[in-house]
Design a protein around this ligand. Structure first.
Ligand code: ADP
Length: 183
């Protein structure tokens, strides 16, 4: 499914493996320690190679990691991209702050994109795997935050692509996008 905003920018929802989709910047669902994890983070490090972790080692030494709700940029190693934005989503707790932190990590990736004049950026479904965020709560936040940015901001981003690993996740994001464009 895709949606074109009146300003010509496009939001895509596709099912697939985010490491296989060529873009300028791939967003990753990382952890606050910036140490390798499983899920999409493991896939990104496996496909991108050791250069990415070497850069994260430097960032970790300088900054101690990355706070929840934020993101840090590295190059993309062997991935079909120029950058990886390592976003730290919230571990779901049921608190109101979870939603703010989830929206904030998507926005921080979009800011990193603008700083680098990125035109095409991809996102996984941040926090809905090991971090336990209920899919039907996370999808409207993810879609809404990225859609707001594309619709309303001065931004270098022309295309944002959610690359969703399984059918259930794709369908939740499709419901969220349909609900969003009805309003
Ligand atoms: P988190 O810890 O933020 O919950 P996970 O990596 O556990 O991150 O899960 C986030 C989402 O990424 C889940 O929907 C998971 O199915 C998905 N995922 C796993 N591998 C990939 C991949 N290669 N490409 C895209 N999405 C993936």
């Amino acid at each position: 499914m895709q949606y074109e905003f009146t300003n010509g920018r496009i939001l895509h929802l596709v099912q697939g493996d985010i490491t296989q989709v060529p873009v300028d910047a791939i967003s990753n669902a990382a952890n606050a320690a910036l140490r390798g994890g499983g899920g999409v983070d493991g896939a990104i490090h496996r496909a991108g190679g050791e250069a990415i972790m070497a850069e994260l080692d430097v960032i970790r030494a300088e900054q101690g990691g990355c706070p929840t709700g934020s993101a840090v940029a590295t190059t993309a190693g062997r991935l079909p991209a120029t950058y990886v934005f390592h976003a730290v989503g919230p571990i779901y707790s049921g608190a109101k702050r979870d939603a703010e932190m989830l929206a904030s990590c998507y926005r921080r990736c979009l800011e990193l994109a603008d700083e680098r004049q990125v035109k095409r950026i991809s996102f996984p479904s941040i926090s809905t795997g090991v971090y336990g965020y209920p899919l039907d709560e996370a999808a409207p936040i993810a879609v809404g935050t990225v859609a707001d940015w594309l619709a309303n901001r001065e931004t270098s981003v022309e295309e944002a692509i959610f690359v969703l690993f399984d059918r259930r996740t794709l369908e939740a994001y499709e419901r969220a996008l349909k609900a969003r464009v009805r309003n």
